[in-house]
Design a protein around this ligand. Sequence first.
Ligand code: AMP
Length: 502
Amino acid sequence: MNQSVFALIADRLAARPDRVLIEADGGADWTWADIDATTARYARLMESLGLGKGDRVAVQVEKSPEALLVYLACNRAGLVYLPMNTAYRQDEIDFLLGNARPGLFICRPETEAECQDLAARNGVSHTLTLDGQGRGTFTARAAQMAADFAPVECGPDDDAGILYTSGTTGKPKGAVMTQRNLSSNALALVDYWGFRETDVLLHALPVFHTHGLFVACHCALFSGAKMLWLPKFDAARVLALLPRATVMMGVPTFYTRLLATPEFGRAQCGAMRLFVSGSAPLLEETHKAFEERTGMAILERYGMTETGMITSNPLDGERRAGTVGFPLPGIEVRIGDDADTVLGTDEVGVIQMRGPNVFKGYWGLPEKTAEEFTQDGWFRTGDVGKIDARGYVHIVGRAKDLIISGGFNVYPKEIEGVIDRIEGVLESAVIGIPHPDFGEAAAAIVVRQPGATLGEDDIIAHVKTRIANYKVPKHVKFLPELPRNSMGKVQKNVLRDTFDKL
Ligand code: AMP
């Protein structure tokens, strides 16, 4: 039996070809018959370009139903889907193309010229375009293709996607997800969250990240639920569509923004059965304020790119604010100390886990991959937490200094590298500081070279031209030297504690 995600979805949906699965806000409806025909055309086009099983397809496009269909078409053709954050700039794209060596790069029409250069430099044979309305050279050429394509046979361990996560080394690492990684997680979530075909999922997340792409879309497609498709989160549009929705998934920022909208309340939530939050910590205050306003308790879950979803608060039963709930069925979680000794109830250490959802490895980095696993095969998440007496998992911090801004990961090392290269800068340290909208934001502490006069605006302006906006420090302060411990390591805890007073 074909074990690809596409084959499993097709199996479940083929009996109801006329059912609308995607309703684009202000755009077209997509039935299974439409999705089936269109992904066949896309798959044929990619095959005609010479791409075969296991080849990578890199994609940096605005969110649209067509963008999702590119993913499904890749899966249908046995190709490996590699989505890129739309905020990535030249240097980041250059690195990813060089690292993953895709056979095709689909980019936005407005960046076509520069993307073609980057593709040529990295030996990528084909560059096609796709815009937020589903137009571009990719869809124009696919329209000429026949609308049938037999799904390529895949086994459970075949690669399905590579999602890049910025590394602590500053360079992004590609997490390779297999067909089984994705389908096992999808099936577990559909069951755990009670998805059924009468559900209507309000989809306002980006589709280049595991949350919006795999968690949200798979829950809908594996259960035959309809998605109300928004190009991005917009509180006014969410308010307008919510009365027709039964489920919404979001990052905590979505919920704080809804709460900041005075009209938002029970009136819009009549049909809703579930609000899910994840990708960053949901403050207990937000959980409480949301319940007071709507009468509904947000269900918080925890996962990461390398694993998909790991734990979730229960659908029925207490959703405990400040916790991320229980391990999903089929997944085991434990807490380990620095020597990987397993710790007991309420003891704080690194969260380790294993299950069919754990990625195959970082693309081309077998040693780095091996470092992330314990001797007995558990994956070290890098998150610090504990499990309480009732079995709820709590996250108390991050082992690796990661900053999560508006749900996106920001690795200080990468930003420090950019700042340190600015003329007049001796060195820098980047930390996370609380931010009312994004939860956390990057802030930089910079040491100038003797005689240099550059200020906060100069640093921010420079960094903005080099990396994605969400990674750019919101504040920059200056010190004559960075605090260091006896081992010479910069004491970021000291900087965090004193940043306000610097
Ligand atoms: P990503 O790979 O972008 O999905 O980011 C994964 C990281 O996000 C995890 O390792 C956690 O640090 C963090 N994360 C995800 N969900 C939660 C949550 N519910 N609460 C706190 N942190 C979370």
